[in-house]
Structure formats: structure tokens, C-alpha cells
Design a protein around this ligand. Sequence first.
Ligand SMILES: [Zn+2]
Length: 348
Amino acid sequence: MKKVILGMAVLAMVFTSCNKDEQVPNLEQTKVDMSDFYVYTDADQDEAARMASNTESKSCYSMVNLNRLLNENPGLYKKMYDIEFKTRTQTNGKGKPPSDGGGGTDPAPLYTSAVSIPVIVNIIETSAGRVTQQQIDSQISVLNQDFNNNNSNVNNIPTEFADKVADCEISFTLFEVNRKVNIRTSWGTNDAMKDASQGGIDATDPSTYLNIWVCEIGGGILGYAQFPGGPIDTDGVVIGSDYFGLTSGVYGKGRTATHEVGHWLNLRHIWGDGRCRQDDFVADTPTSDGPNYGCPSYPTVNCQSADMTMNYMDYVYDDCMYMFSKGQNSRMRALFVSGGARAALAGN
Ligand SMILES: [Zn+2]
């Protein structure tokens, strides 16, 4: 399996270097280190094992979804490679963490304007109005708090990470709500909810709107997102109805959407979906070897450093995640520059 992946990576690099001769000055080529780039992971097996061993915890299926999309779309690897290459030219080529295993600093983002993203909420519910307007409004509010470093939990930040907290200056406005009644109570993660012919709701122009689908996913799955570069018709995030907006319980503070929109803006899980040597392509988030659950105490040490368990891209309870890092912010913002994968959302 590893040989296949390596072969594909080499192939992709050959293709990319051919194309990049036309698009990117040679000087930039020499700066960008892509040696740690990956897209395929063991997420299918890892998520199944986690669910089996920890029935109290819920899961995100973005990486499982990514594996599926890579299998179904032969050109996707190269598209994601090119997006990553462009991201690293924006972030000074610092995809890899420093040799201390993390804890380094990322360069400031080159795209610094505030970004406002219009949101389409597509609700597929078992009876009309089951997902309330209060849920919708509160979810938009939580996204705005979390992406503007304005939530009530951030005061809990340990000193070690205090200077790494980012104000991403990305805001969200509710543009439209579409509703459809369907008695199906387990939609799974194969994008059926995004297809009107399968009883779902078709996307609305994902190049200029963030589409959020709200439905019963089933299987203990909180939500899943599509990374930049994927098929346009399914671009957006899916959130389980019980975890959308302010509801109840440990996943009832609206942060499943914050986590999934993070993926949609090209953030990986904080542990890099691998062991200690596999990274999330962000230098200021320490390396880890797996997700954290519940509400971990500080410090939670893995891979010889304290995990940033309070990062939105971990698996902890909603109340216990309350920051994006500055490196993550730079990574997200690389998408908004002219020619970037989500530039149209920022009017570029
Ligand atoms: Zn996730």
C-alpha cells in the first residue's frame, strides 16, 4: 500500500513540476518543500476502531470522506497537491514543522483583509420545522464568535499557547435557508443529502456560498466536510441535526460546524491523522499521535510535547475547544488570494 501511495506521490510531483514551469517562478519552486504532503490516510480503519473502543465519543468523517473522494476522482490528488503547493508559497514554504517536533512559528498570512462568507443552510428533516430557526441563528453566531476569537471559553487558554491564538477575521452571514421533509433518519456520509434526486437538496453555487447541510447522519458521526479541490456539486459541510447550533449535551455548543468549516478551509486534524511523524502542515500546533476526547487537563503530553487539545481541530467536547492557531489562520487565508481555491468567496 505504501509503495502505491509513494508511486502516486512521485507521479503527481512530476505532473506538478511540468505544469508549474508555466505558473510559478522557479525561485518559488525551490522554496517549497512538499516532501511531507499526504492525502490518503488510514481514517477508514482508525475511525471504525475509535468508535468501537469509545462508545461515548462521537466522530468526524471528513478524512473518511476524503479517502472515498480520492478513490472516485482520479484527478483529485493532483488538484489537492496544487492547492497545497500554492498554500505553501503563501506561507513561505513552511509546510513542515521544525525539527523539534512542533511548537514553531508560522509566518503571518499574506492575505490580511477581513473575509465575509455568505451561508446557505440546507435542512433535510423528518418533520417540518424540527430544526428550529433558533438553531440556525445560534449556529451562525457561534461560527462568528469562533472565527473572530470572541468566544467565552478562550480565557481558559494555558500560557504556553496564549500567544498562538488567532483572530481569523472570517465572518459568516445567513443568506438562505432551504428545507425539505424526508423520513430518512440515517443519511450516512456518501453525499446523498446533497442530491435532490436522492431526496436531498442540491447545492447552491458552492464557489460563492458556503453550503451547510443539516440532517441525521447516523453512526455516531457529528459531521463531515469536503476539502478544497473536491467536486463542486458536493462542496460544503454536513452537520448532524442534534449537533447543529446551540442544542444540548457535550456536543451541543455549535462547534461541530466550527471544526468542519475548518476542514472546508483546508485545515487537517490537529494530530495529522497519523502517528507522531505525520503532521497537520502547521508549525505552531504541536505534533500528536491521535485525537483527544472529553475535556483533557493541561498538559496532555504526546509525542514529547503538550497537545493543543483546546484547538477546534481536535475531538474534544465543544466547551473544551476554543482556538485556532495563527499558523492555521495563515493556512486558511492562503485560499483567499487571487487564484486561490476559495478566492471567489473573498471577492478575489
Ligand atoms: Zn474532523
